[in-house]
Design a protein around this ligand. Structure first.
Ligand code: XMP
Length: 497
């Protein structure tokens, strides 16, 4: 199909305008263990699974970012904290980066002379059960675990009196591979392996828990030190560079400059300032929904582009402004413009699992999800009980709900403002482009993600391919073999249930 015909076919269309024609299937099994779903989130960050949790304050903080990275995707920590408050966002990044390690290069330490009360406080504050005991020169003196504190006298005893001392510890000099560390732990039946240099100075710690977690999830998204990967969003004005500096220092793997209209003078300035200060730190920018917008970001040297203006579940931009591009049209236009130079993130509008495959074929390298993950345990926010009328009766039952809201909703904006200092007129004058809804609370996000991945694998099988990349290649080479533009009755037949 010519470029012009292809653009013509998708103009004004979105996911529910299409079905895909089944092809001869070549796979025996269709599950994520046997079908390769690997993809690129940004130029230098690959994922085993193409899912990204949205940077929204009712979707992604540390718990969600950890769950998604453990399943092979990546989470983007939102910046929806009050203006001027950088530390809370940095803390979320820090929690993700400390969650799983290959090697903990900066384990929590304590001095031999410290009191047990101090050790107990430190374990409580940091949530770790083992402190490495080091002297003033950071030489290894022992290990103190929470078991050593049981029945101990906090006031009379010191760390030195309860720790396992250096001469009874098994240590490793230098940096072990995971296999070597696991072998040493197996031989000596230990759970913690301190790493030291030739002068016995502490250089790191390997734990059995981390090694087991890595073996259990070979597809999890990890950096080269074995830590889970995480991205973090910043704005394009105000404290955005300072925020970026602190997020990068905390270990954020990718920074996402996320503003509603990314094809803008504000974005241009922000990318230039970012590159000037941080060099080639991995940078994604968005959102755009046109070829021109894509070229604008490419020309400024971003490593990934977020595509979507107005398809989001919590979004009212199109209602309020009449601007936006139907998401399939946006994905096709942006992909043709990007021409494989950087990956695209299809952001917004995925309401059913089947739309994932469409988003990944029409243009996305990955898909960003907001409302599809809403209401799960890992989303921030409290569960509230609401009375719901049972259909067909006057009886009500209490149902647990969580809030999901657009980041430009009035409620989200007011929460970010220091409302006590803001003029009432300022708050009222805000042009809100999002809304707030209650969604049923529905347990952990992990089975939700697994179900999506299974459906995606089935789609790849129906598409006659054996991996996501091969289906994308074949679809993009000859889309006419696959796409069926639906009539209104065909749409009802397909999706009206
Ligand atoms: P879904 O459909 O997965 O989309 O919920 C998530 C994406 O929606 C965008 N978003 C907004 N767009 N006003 C908007 O115009 C808003 O208030 C808003 N909040 C989120 C965002 O791109 C997100 O990733």
């Amino acid at each position: 199909m010519t470029r012009e015909r292809w653009l013509d076919l998708v103009r004004g269309t979105t996911f529910d305008d299409f079905l895909l024609a089944p092809q001869y299937s070549v796979v025996e099994r269709r599950d994520p263990a046997s079908i390769d779903l690997s993809c690129r989130f940004s130029e230098h960050v690959t994922l085993a699974r193409p899912l990204v949790s949205a940077n929204m304050d009712t979707v992604t903080r540390a718990a969600m970012a950890i769950a998604v990275a453990e399943q092979g995707g990546i989470g983007v920590i939102d910046r929806g904290f009050r203006a001027g408050e950088i530390a809370p966002q940095v803390r979320e990044v820090d929690i993700v980066k400390r969650r799983q390690h290959g090697v903990i290069s900066d384990p929590y330490t304590i001095a031999p002379g410290a009191s047990l009360a101090r050790a107990r406080d430190q374990m409580r504050a940091t949530g770790v059960g083992t402190l490495v005991v080091v002297d003033g020169q950071r030489r290894l003196a022992g290990l103190l675990t929470n078991r050593d504190l049981r029945f101990a006298d906090d006031t009379a005893d010191t760390v030195a009196s309860r720790m396992t001392p250096r001469d009874r510890l098994v240590v490793h000099r230098g940096l072990p591979t995971p296999a070597v560390a696991a072998g040493t732990m197996r031989t000596h039946k230990i759970k913690k392996l301190p790493l030291v240099d030739a002068g016995d100075v502490l250089t790191g710690l390997v734990t059995a828990r981390d090694l087991l977690a890595q073996q259990a999830r070979p597809f999890a998204t990890r950096d080269d030190r074995g830590r889970l990967r995480v991205a973090a969003a910043i704005g394009a004005t105000g404290d955005f560079l300072e925020r970026a500096a602190e997020l990068i220092a905390a270990g954020a793997d990718v920074i996402v400059i996320d503003i509603a209209h990314g094809h803008s003078v504000v974005m241009g300035r922000a990318i230039d300032a970012f590159r000037h200060r941080f060099g080639d730190v991995e940078l994604v920018a968005g959102n755009v929904a046109t070829a021109e917008g894509t070229r604008f970001l490419l020309d400024r040297g971003v490593n990934g582009i977020k595509v979507g203006i107005g398809p989001g579940g919590g979004c009212t931009t199109r209602l309020n402004t009449s601007f936006g591009v139907p998401q399939v049209q946006a994905l096709v236009e942006c992909r043709l413009a990007a021409d494989g130079r950087v990956p695209l993130i299809a952001d917004g509008g995925v309401k059913r699992d089947g739309a994932l495959a469409l988003a990944l074929l029409f243009g996305g390298d990955t898909v960003m999800l907001g409302s599809a993950l809403a209401g799960t345990t890992e989303t921030p926010g409290d569960v509230v009980q609401k009375a719901v009328v049972v259909p067909g009766s006057t009886r009500t039952v209490q149902v647990p709900f969580k809030v999901f809201r657009g980041m430009a909703s009035l409620q989200a904006i007011v929460d970010r403002l220091d409302v006590e200092d803001a003029e009432v007129a300022d708050v009222e004058a805000l042009g809100a482009e999002g809304m707030e809804v209650s969604v049923p609370a529905r347990g952990s996000v992990t089975p939700v993600i697994r179900e999506m991945l299974k459906h995606l694998c089935s789609a790849i099988s129906y598409g006659g391919a054996d991996s996501l990349a091969s289906l994308q290649r074949e679809f993009r080479a000859a889309p006419e073999r696959y796409v069926i533009r639906l009539t209104s009755p065909a749409r009802d037949e397909s999706f009206d249930r």
